[in-house]
Design a binder for this molecule. Sequence first.
Ligand SMILES: O=C(O)CCC(=O)C(=O)O
Ligand SMILES: [Fe+2]
Length: 324
Amino acid sequence: MKLQPQENRSGDAKIARQGFGRVRTDPPPPAFDPEREREAACAFFERFGYVVLRACLTPAELAQLNGFCDRTQAERPEAWGLGERRKPHHREQGLIFSQPLLDHPELDRYTRHPRSFGVVAQLLGGEDRARFSEFNFRETPEDAGAGAMNFHHDAVRDDRLTRTPYMPCDWLCAIHYLTDVEPGTPAFCVVPGSNRYASLKAAFEGLGEAYAEVPLYGPAGTCVLYDTATFHTRLDGDGRQMRRTWHQYYARGGWLRSALPTTDRYVRAPSPVLTDWNLFPQRLAMSPDPATRLFFSHWNTAQGEWAASGFDPEVRKAMPRGEQ
Ligand SMILES: O=C(O)CCC(=O)C(=O)O
Ligand SMILES: [Fe+2]
């Protein structure tokens, strides 16, 4: 599997393959203990739009998740895009297993993981305000080459640029490293404070001296939380070494008072759905436990139709990533 290199459109292609080439590794960003240093971790996230959390998976959990990836790559290669036909959503990503929760209840306990979930919930306005959006595993395999992924933000709401207060954010993503991430491997990389800007170029100009592209290194088990509005990329390593990750997106639930420059009578609705294809399995969407049902309550229209069919496997199969 080789990555298809992208053209540097977000930054300046004359000076760098990714972004503006202002990579800063010194000093490394702090890594917080999510339980003992929860307040400091949240304060850091509020200031910079991301935070690194230390030792969020035990060796046993890392063994379970890596074992899951190894096993499913062997038993269901098409689920990872390893089969004959690579699907469009696999092309620039490396390998991705898009919807492992659908068929694997042994993963349920990770969706509100006790190490990171306290910080996640606080950043979204409280335990009763955190909602599930998406869960997947990814791998940049050995010898994949350089992908030169562009700096980008994930889903955003326009009001982020003007609303007061800014927090809680609309969505946040937790990336757990399942393998060690260090110079030479691909690394998740952020531009701190860039969530207040509409483009990477605007962040480069607006942040001035503070503009930096910061690769986040850490051993397997490290968790990175980022506001989906923060500019980020997968910074290439040496093109030979691999990296495996678990990505989970959360959304903000409930209604919230806020202000815009034009009105102080603004109310933020629950975050819209993150994708139009992501499905939640019946056992979670229709859980007898009210807190679990609320956590899995952000349904898109595909989910609504699937639920209306009584979670018919044929309906699921007809959806673009229903089986892979
Ligand atoms: O894998 C990474 O390090 C970044 C991935 C990413 O930004 C994305 O898929 O949206
Ligand atoms: Fe992204």
